[in-house]
Design a binder for this molecule. Sequence first.
Ligand SMILES: *Cc1c(COP(=O)(O)O)cnc(C)c1O
Length: 376
Amino acid sequence: MLKIPFNKASLTGNELRYIQEAVEQGHISADGSFTKRCCEFLERQFRAQKILLTPSCTHALEIAAILLDLAAGDEVILPSFAFVTTANAFVLRGARPIFVDIRPDTLNLDEAQIAERMTSRTKAIVALHYAGVACEMDAIMSLASQHGIRVVEDAAQGVNAKYKGRFLGTIGDFAAYSFHETKNYTCGEGGALVLNHAQDVERAEIVRQKGTNRNQFFRGETDKYTWTDLGSSYVLSDVLAAFLFAQLEQLNEIALKRRLIYERYFEALKPLRDAGKLVLPVIPQHCESNFHLFHVLFQSQQIRNQVMDGLKSKGILAVFHYIPLHSSPMGMKFGYRQGQFPITEDVSGRLLRLPFYNTLSMSEVDWIAESIGKLL
Ligand SMILES: *Cc1c(COP(=O)(O)O)cnc(C)c1O
């Protein structure tokens, strides 16, 4: 019997009321009043140029990939310790993923290894902010501007987190947020594209609207609604935007709950860290986390698996990720092989994500930590 699931979508209480409102307004397709309210809220809160809701973070990354005008053989630099769509969005456009190893502390792509992976075909760097802790954006942005390439932030896990006082997603050229059920703010499935340059907005709207100038037409900026570019249906139903708005309204309350859970885990596991039995997550001074997840690193893959199985037998579901992209079957098709990115491979074998959701209680956190201690 599962006593503590890995994740639970936590409701704020207004979701059903807002969905009912959206239904009663008679606008349940995309770009209704709740989409507008979500975007205005996010743009104001995060001081972003423009935010467009999408059906997922994956779709937002796909729009960014189209905006990059990638051609077959172009290269995109990204960590191998990443989610599949972080690579696939660009591979779908014919690009070749150029993997980079991660830093052993934040598990973000190692900015010191990017330059040596650049070639004349490099078009973009994808900065994935792991666990809501920022990549070293100053170094990444300056490298990108020196080489005239673009930066896409995979801020799926980074909504409402900061780097040197700036919200993640507002630093690169484009960024993608996720509102998937497993993320901090959710509508089940959902995402957003963040555009940080005014000149990219019109084209992004067109790509998102199936390659048509529909948004411009409805604003009265053009007299014909027609096919003008590449695109697909990258829009989110207003029913889901209504759900999302209920979550965004409690942005700070949710953030506080997650911080308390994170801090409790940290305190409860500290003695095990001090005894050298595990490694706790690192948040550099200049980063403000959104406490998206809590992970620990054990001494070996064998110990990690034993702890994971032991927790499961007590009814506690803890999980690991990511299978390195370079050693996956698809990565191998690009000519990568096991052994190329040692930190990624090492971390992937030793990492365990502990249960983390807004309604996880302090006594449950204590019990999980105590269970890990006993298993070790
Ligand atoms: C969750 C996640 C995604 C995908 O988000 P969806 O909204 O499910 O498409 C992409 N990248 C990272 C790093 C993620 O954690």
